[in-house]
Design a protein around this ligand. Structure first.
Ligand SMILES: *[C@@H]1O[C@H](CO)[C@@H](O)[C@H](O)[C@H]1NC(C)=O
Ligand SMILES: *[C@@H]1O[C@H](CO)[C@@H](O)[C@H](O)[C@H]1NC(C)=O
Ligand SMILES: *[C@@H]1O[C@H](CO)[C@@H](O)[C@H](O)[C@H]1NC(C)=O
Ligand SMILES: [Zn+2]
Ligand SMILES: [Zn+2]
Length: 343
């Protein structure tokens, strides 16, 4: 059985290695393709009544810690004589109310400058987190921002419409506070694709392995059966040849029955009258029931080591055949040892 498995095992190792590599690649690929949403809850007090609006409207930036943040919403300071507020450094200043020294969150429009610049400027001004709302025309569209080098500043993106809602409130001098909570993890298209790809590869590899194993086993089985048949034929031939050797029944008064008479070298019993003995080509004789199985196994005369089967014309030993079939290496090794011993 181990012989049968050996070939299949080698290919199995190879295939399972491929599967491992595929899985590893898929995990590597999917890691950077994970996206976290943010639940944003902003609230404000108007006429002694608290209003709030909550929703999974944000997406954490690629380089942002995925963490909770809380604070007062602060807008960039408007530049005088400018129609629109500048949302880019170096004109990015924040109008944090004086005497306010709690956490605050900067709410900035996307604008045209890199996210990193804005986020860094806000963080330097003391913002705990940065919320960037998309430009006009993008309505509710959000995406995962790339902003390398912003360290532990939490940064999320929200849509234009939600951004403007909050901006309007803050501009009306309403204090808006915001809570950013971690939402859900989303695999991107690539991640789903990787899982699909790995599943398909795994299926294909498994199918191929099973197929190969079946093919290999069938071939091995056919080969073994053919060898067994061949050996059986050889053995039958040997039996037939042995049965052609002369038989003799020992009679009363035979000279082998005397006080210093012979005994069978196989069973070491002395011959008795009516024992059937077989006479080999070397003229040695033994009990028929003792020598027949002996010859099938050893080929040679137990007395003189003469190769009886060879002299009967059975050239190749089926015992050698068995060895060749099951232990080809052992046979090779045995020959090598013999050579070593000679020299
Ligand atoms: C949103 O914030 C307000 C004020 O802090 C709070 O009363 C409300 O329960 C929050 N909503 C959710 C869904 O957490
Ligand atoms: C809000 O509450 C305060 C007292 O807590 C009260 O003096 C004030 O009139 C209230 N304002 C409104 C608009 O209800
Ligand atoms: C904004 O910041 C820049 C650079 O620090 C500074 O030169 C400018 O005076 C600030 N503007 C306001 C309105 O504070
Ligand atoms: Zn015997
Ligand atoms: Zn002999």
């Amino acid at each position: 059985m181990w012989l049968m498995l050996r070939g299949a095992k080698a290919s199995w190792h190879h295939l399972s290695y491929s599967v491992l590599v595929l899985c590893f690649l898929a995990i590597q690929g999917s890691k950077s393709d994970v996206l976290w949403t943010a639940n944003v809850n902003y609230s404000y007090v108007m006429e002694n009544k608290t209003y709030w609006d909550e929703g999974e409207i944000g997406v954490y930036g690629h380089d942002s810690p995925v963490d909770r943040a809380y604070g007062l919403v602060v807008l960039p300071r408007r530049r005088q004589h400018h129609y629109s507020p500048s949302q880019c450094p170096p004109h990015l200043n924040f109008s944090v109310p004086e005497s306010y020294n709690n956490a605050w969150i900067a709410l900035i429009q996307r604008g045209d400058c890199p996210f990193s610049d804005k986020i860094k400027a806000a963080a330097e001004a003391g913002a705990k987190a940065v919320v960037i709302y998309n430009n006009e025309g993008n309505e509710n569209g959000v995406f995962e921002m790339s902003h390398p080098g912003t360290k532990d500043t939490i940064a999320i993106m929200i849509g234009f419409i939600k951004g403007m809602e909050i901006v309007q409130l803050v501009r009306s001098n309403i204090q808006v506070t915001m809570v950013i909570e971690v939402g859900r993890k989303h695999g991107s298209w690539m991640n789903h694709y990787s899982i699909f790809f790995v599943s398909i590869s795994f299926f294909v590899v498994t199918a191929a392995t099973v197929g190969y194993f079946i093919f290999y086993s069938a071939r091995r089985w056919r080969h073994t059966r053919a060898q067994n048949q061949k050996m059986k034929k050889l053995k039958d031939e040997a039996k037939k040849a042995i049965s052609r050797l002369q038989l003799r029944t020992i009679k009363q008064g035979d000279k082998v029955l005397g006080p210093d008479g012979d005994s069978c070298a196989v069973c070491i019993d002395a011959y008795k009258a009516n024992d059937v003995v077989r006479i080999l080509t070397c003229n040695h004789f033994f009990h028929k029931n003792c020598i027949d199985p002996w010859l099938l196994e050893h080929r040679t005369c137990p007395m003189c080591k003469c190769d009886i089967l060879k002299s009967l014309g059975i050239a190749v030993s089926y015992t050698d055949k068995i060895l060749q079939m099951y232990f080809p290496h052992r046979l090779g090794k045995m020959q090598i040892t013999a050579q070593l011993q000679i020299t």
